[in-house]
Ligand binder design. Structure first.
Ligand SMILES: *[C@@H]1O[C@H](CO)[C@@H](O)[C@H](O)[C@H]1NC(C)=O
Ligand SMILES: *[C@@H]1O[C@H](CO)[C@@H](O)[C@H](O)[C@H]1NC(C)=O
Ligand SMILES: CC(=O)N[C@H]1CO[C@H](CO)[C@@H](O)[C@@H]1O
Length: 225
């Protein structure tokens, strides 16, 4: 009945390294003249093909809707569960299924919605081919490697230090999911479903942690420290 709460604990050493690499990244921050990543469009829909940390495959529908303060990851596990991870800018996430099991967890996360410019202070690593596209590559705090098509500026591929990988299959700028779909089911609002506080480290990561939360951790890595 419960959605798995298992999480990988980040060792203090990693946190130290993250802190160190954060400083390091700032101190050698991209030389002027290096490309900077295109800010995310304020609204888009993307279909992601994911290989998660355990090698399980997922298709994720990502609906990023910054002006409305919301973001949706609809996660289809291969021949498995479909999980809805609905995130609000007030740090509340509803994490549920729409099947007969009626699972729902309400979580409070330390990071809010990703900002469109969340990657702007990434460190430029040059150009590489990925999935057949010539990409500019940035890295942020040894946490995420971000590949953007040189020509179209669309994202192509994201890799996380956890091993999770996302291939960006579609990227539809300006597409918005209709309002009724953003309503969490009634069983999320039962008395028993008190909002759980997620410890910062649990952002990183169990199998079912969404890509947006991983990126959120990269956006605001200071919160992990
Ligand atoms: C997923 O990742 C694992 C390693 O983590 C790899 O062995 C496997 O081939 C990958 N699957 C796909 C479809 O990319
Ligand atoms: C955050 O916003 C959502 C959507 O409006 C709402 O359902 C939720 O209760 C809010 N969380 C808090 C802690 O106010
Ligand atoms: C509880 C839950 O939904 N766990 C899922 C996490 O993801 C794996 C696949 O990666 C599923 O098999 C689990 O059911």
């Amino acid at each position: 009945m419960s959605i798995s709460g298992k999480s990988i604990t980040i060792s203090p050493l990693y946190l130290l390294l993250a802190a160190f690499s954060l400083c390091f990244t700032f101190s050698i921050a991209s030389k002027s003249g290096d490309p900077i990543p295109a800010p995310w469009p304020e609204q888009f829909h993307s279909i992601l093909f994911m290989n998660n940390t355990k090698g399980n495959l997922q298709i994720v529908d990502l609906w990023y809707d910054f002006p409305n303060g919301r973001n949706f990851n609809i996660i289809q596990n291969q021949l498995g569960k479909k999980l809805y991870d609905l995130e609000w800018d007030n740090h509340t996430s509803f994490y549920y299924t729409l099947d007969a099991n009626k699972e729902c967890r309400v979580m409070h996360f330390p990071v809010g919605l990703l900002r469109p410019n969340w990657l702007q202070d990434g460190k430029y690593l040059g150009q590489r081919y990925r999935d057949g596209f010539l990409c500019n590559v940035w890295e942020k705090v040894d946490f995420i490697w971000y590949y953007e098509d040189v020509v179209t500026k669309r994202p192509v591929y994201w890799a996380f230090y956890t091993g999770m990988i996302a291939h960006v299959m579609t990227f539809e700028v300006g597409r918005v999911l209709a309002d009724p779909n953003w309503q969490a089911p009634v069983y999320c609002f039962k008395e028993a479903n008190k909002e759980e506080i997620s410890s910062p480290v649990s952002l990183v990561t169990d199998d079912n942690v969404s890509i947006s939360k991983l990126m959120g951790a990269a956006m605001d890595v200071s919160l992990l420290l």
